[in-house]
Write a protein of this length. Structure first.
Length: 430
C-alpha cells in the first residue's frame, strides 16, 4: 500500500503522516469548493443563452447550498462509519457526473436537478465537515492551524478558480470551463486514492501531538442506526444555548459569503460596467487575502479567546459589506473592499470549530459542527435566492448587501453571549 510506504518514509524524516493527509484533504476541498463557486461565473452566460432570469438560476443555486449544508451532519456520520477516503471518492464522482451531464442541459428543470440536487448532494458528502473530521482525528496539537489551512482551501477554491473560469467562459463558453473543473476533480480523486487514510491507527500511528495510538470507536452496526445518529446528536446539542448562537452566527456567515458575494458579486459588478474577468479577479484577490487571514485565524484560535476573534471577524465583514454600496466601484474602491472583506471570508471557521469541540466533546464534534454548518448553508441559500430576487424586483443587488452587512453586526454582538468560563454542556462520548 502506497500510503503505508509513504508513512514509513515520513516517519524516517520525523514528519507525521497527518500532514500528507491534510495535503490530500486540502486539494479535495479546493477542487470541491471550485465546483461550488463555479456557477457564479455562469449566471450571465446562462441568462444570455437560455433566457433564464437571475431569480430562476439563483433558485437552483439555493437548492445546491441547502443540500451542501444539510448533508453535513450525515456526511460526518458516513465518514465515521464508512471511512473518510471512501466518502471523498464518492463525493468527487457524483460532482463530476453532475457537471458532465449538465453540458447537455437546455431546460430550467435540468439546471435545478443537476446543479441544484446532484452537485448539492455530491459536494455535501464532504463539505466543511471533512476538514473538521481530519483536523480532530489526525491532530491533537495544531488543530486550529490545520483547520485554518483546510478552511482556507475552501475559499481559495471558490475564488481562485474564478478568473480562469471567467476567462475560459468568455473565450470558449461555459461548457469548456465546466470541463476544466472536471479535470481538476479527476486529479484530486487520484491523489485521494493513493494517499488518503481514514485514521492514524490504520497506519499504527498516534494523532499528531498525542502519545498513544487511539483505536477506532465502535460505530452503529445498521444503516438505520447510522442515519438516526445525527438526529440524536442534534437533539442533545439543541439543549445548549451555545449551539444556537453558533448556528445563527454561521447562518450569517453563509449568507454574507457563499450565498451573496460568491454567487452575485460578478453579476453585480456587471451592472456597474465591470467585465466578468475583472470582477472574478477581485474575487481571486479576496481568496488570496482570505488564505492568509484564515491561516492567521487558525493560529490565533489556538492562543486567544475565540469569542473575541469571532466578534472582530463578523464586525469587520459587516462594515466592509456596508461600505460597498457607497463606493464608486472603481478599481481602487473594489480593491479596498476585496482586502478587508477577504481577510475574514472563512476566518470564522477555526474559532467556531474550537468552540464546538470545547462545548460538545471531540468525538461528536464533526456531527455537531455539521449541523452548525447546515446553518451556514441555510444562510447561503437564503442569500443566493434573496440576491436574485433583489436584482429581479428592484433591479439592484444593493438591498441584499446592506441587509447582509447589518446581519454581520448583529452576529458579532451575539457571539459575546457565549460564556467564557466552563462549557455549559458537553455531549456524552460516542
Amino acid at each position: 500500500m502506497l500510503s503505508a510506504r509513504l508513512a514509513r518514509r515520513f516517519s524516517a524524516r520525523n514528519v507525521h503522516y497527518g500532514w500528507a493527509v491534510a495535503g490530500a484533504t486540502f486539494l479535495t476541498m479546493l477542487v470541491v469548493a471550485g465546483a461550488v463557486g463555479a456557477p457564479g461565473v455562469f449566471i450571465v452566460p446562462l441568462q444570455k443563452e437560455f433566457g433564464w432570469s437571475a431569480a430562476d438560476i439563483s433558485g437552483a443555486l439555493a437548492i445546491r447550498f441547502l443540500l451542501f449544508g444539510g448533508m453535513g451532519p450525515f456526511a460526518a456520520a458516513f465518514m465515521n462509519r464508512f471511512g473518510i477516503r471512501r466518502m471523498m471518492l464518492i463525493s468527487l464522482g457524483i460532482v463530476a457526473c453532475g457537471m458532465l451531464l449538465s453540458l447537455a442541459m437546455d431546460r430550467i428543470w435540468q439546471l435545478f436537478l443537476l446543479w441544484g440536487v446532484v452537485i448539492g448532494l455530491g459536494t455535501g458528502l464532504t463539505a466543511m465537515v471533512l476538514g473538521a473530521t481530519v483536523a480532530t482525528r489526525w491532530f491533537s496539537e495544531r488543530r486550529g492551524l490545520v483547520m485554518g489551512l483546510l478552511s482556507a482551501s475552501t475559499a481559495t477554491g471558490q475564488l481562485a478558480f474564478l478568473p480562469l473560469l471567467a476567462g475560459l467562459t468568455e473565450s470558449h463558453g461555459w461548457r469548456m470551463a465546466l470541463l476544466m473543473i472536471c479535470g481538476a476533480i479527476l486529479i484530486a480523486a487520484v491523489v485521494v486514492f493513493l494517499i488518503m487514510q481514514d485514521r492514524p491507527s490504520d497506519l499504527g500511528l498516534a494523532p499528531y501531538g498525542a502519545g498513544a495510538v487511539e483505536p477506532a470507536p465502535v460505530q452503529p452496526a445498521t444503516l438505520g442506526a447510522l442515519l438516526v445518529t445525527p438526529i440524536a446528536v442534534l437533539r442533545e446539542a439543541a439543549g445548549a444555548p451555545v449551539f444556537w448562537v453558533l448556528f445563527f452566527s454561521f447562518f450569517v456567515c453563509g449568507a454574507s459569503t457563499n450565498g451573496l458575494v460568491q454567487t452575485h458579486f460578478i453579476a453585480m459588478c456587471g451592472d456597474y460596467g465591470l467585465a466578468a474577468v475583472g470582477a472574478a479577479s477581485m474575487l481571486a484577490m479576496m481568496g488570496l487575502f482570505d488564505f492568509g487571514g484564515t491561516l492567521a485565524s487558525g493560529w490565533l484560535s489556538d492562543r486567544f479567546d475565540n469569542r473575541w476573534l469571532l466578534f472582530c471577524y463578523y464586525g469587520l465583514r459587516g462594515l466592509s459589506l456596508l461600505y460597498l454600496p457607497f463606493s464608486d466601484f472603481s478599481l481602487y474602491s473594489l480593491s479596498i473592499f476585496a482586502i478587508f472583506y477577504g481577510l475574514d471570508w472563512v476566518a470564522t471557521v477555526p474559532p467556531t470549530l474550537k468552540l464546538t469541540a470545547r462545548h460538545f466533546g471531540p468525538e461528536k464534534t464533526n456531527i455537531v459542527f455539521g449541523w452548525i454548518f447546515a446553518g451556514h448553508q441555510l444562510g447561503a441559500a437564503s442569500a443566493a435566492l434573496g440576491g436574485g430576487l433583489s436584482r429581479t424586483v428592484w433591479q439592484s443587488y444593493m438591498p441584499a448587501f446592506v441587509a447582509a452587512g447589518l446581519l454581520c453586526l448583529i452576529a458579532a454582538a451575539m457571539i459575546l453571549l457565549i460564556h467564557r468560563g466552563r462549557p455549559e454542556r458537553t455531549l456524552a462520548a460516542a
